[in-house]
Write a protein that binds this ligand. Structure first.
Ligand SMILES: *Cc1c(COP(=O)(O)O)cnc(C)c1O
Length: 364
């Protein structure tokens, strides 16, 4: 049977929970969303969690909460999904890219300060593939220049650094519960923050600028970014299994690394001792685009799905290049785009599947 790069684990609990919500006839945001917010905050160790309709909406709401305005600059990585940069554009602000570190795939803290200007308002580090960003270094820079850290933790639910969970590695954080993420609700997003004012702002933002208690009073521009109880019911079931899911991903990653060790031309993911990497993706580097694409084809021929996250850095898409970016601006991100290959690591990948992946890669 084909091993796919992503497959959500849906059990009887999820099915039953959805039917219960349907039977209740309370389909929109309600008690399930409230319960999810409480449980999610608990998981992250955050004082507040607010559910929204998707991870992009979560990022948008985070930037609104910290007060990013039109004309501001927000520093982020060019080696991410486009939503990270789009959230900045949605505020009328300018994405200012900084290259990434070759080993961690995350924003290179040593290159941030040269990009800070009087207009810089925030930094969005991305916990890419499930590995937390370089928090200590970023925090120093943010404090020195009065910047907010908006953590894009969309791929990093349950990850941690020095025992601090993703979602708490900045002033405010965005998660995604999209169908391929580590826990899913179909479409869905969460915002976590210790700052009660930020949480209130996010709640208004998802509800057309209204406070939950007095409706039809519009304080500011907001959107319809609410989550439904149908989605929250699924997410609650997933949340109950998150420790199992995480352990299975880490176990699969360890097995892959043990089996692929010492292969010439293949660089395995590295995890420092103080980080818990939750392996949203298990991503290797393969020397050269041609070799990478050949290996992907070989795996595909053997019924093993792979993924390339991402084939092109954000600054080279016309959509973002128009801010004055060109090839050569971020050499590390550009090189990684030609080398990275993600292998199946999710909880439905069996031990036998892993053996087969290792065998195919080794033979190639
Ligand atoms: C998935 C993802 C998003 C967007 O989440 P959606 O729920 O798809 O809107 C943002 N940033 C990163 C890094 C992601 O992986």
């Amino acid at each position: 049977m084909r091993v796919s790069i992503a497959k959500p684990f849906i059990g009887e609990e999820e099915k039953k929970a959805v039917l219960e919500v349907l039977d209740s006839r309370m389909l929109a945001q309600g008690e399930k969303v409230k319960k999810l917010e409480q449980e999610f905050a608990k998981l992250c160790g955050a004082k507040n969690a607010v559910a929204v309709s998707n991870g992009t909406a979560a990022l948008h709401a985070c930037l609104h909460a910290v007060g990013v305005k039109a004309g501001d600059e927000v520093i982020t990585t060019p080696f991410s999904f486009v939503a990270t940069a789009n959230a900045i554009l949605m505020m009328g602000a300018k994405p200012v890219f900084v290259d990434v570190d070759e080993k961690s795939f995350n924003i290179d803290a040593s290159k941030i300060e040269e990009k800070v200007t009087p207009r810089t308002r925030a930094i969005i580090p991305v916990d890419l593939y499930g590995l937390p960003h370089d928090y200590d270094k970023l925090k120093k820079i943010a404090d020195k220049h009065g910047l907010y850290i908006v953590e894009d933790a969309c791929q990093a639910v349950n990850a941690s650094l020095d025992g601090v969970k993703a979602g708490c590695l900045g002033d405010i954080a965005a998660f995604s519960l999209y169908a391929t993420k580590n826990i899913v609700s179909g479409e869905g997003g969460m915002v976590t923050t210790d700052n009660p004012k930020f949480a209130e702002k996010v709640k208004r933002f998802r509800h057309h600028g209204q406070d939950e208690k007095d409706r039809y009073i519009y304080h500011e521009l907001g959107y319809n970014y609410r989550m439904t109880d149908l989605q929250a019911a699924i997410a609650l079931c997933q949340l109950a299994k998150v420790e199992d899911f995480t352990a299975q991903r880490i176990r699969n990653a360890k097995k892959l690394s043990a089996g692929l060790k010492g292969l010439k031309g293949v660089v395995l993911p590295v995890v420092s001792n103080n980080a818990c990497h939750v392996f949203h993706q298990y991503t290797i580097k393969v020397g050269g685009k041609m070799k990478r694409d050949e290996l992907a084809k070989k795996l595909d021929d053997n019924e093993i799905g792979t993924g390339i996250f991402y084939p092109k850095p954000l600054h080279l898409h016309p959509h973002l290049a128009k801010f004055g970016y060109k090839a050569g601006d971020f050499p590390v991100a550009e090189k990684l785009c030609s080398q990275v290959l993600s292998l199946p690591v999710h909880p439905l990948v069996s031990s036998d599947d892993i053996d087969r992946i290792i065998e195919v890669v080794r033979n190639a």
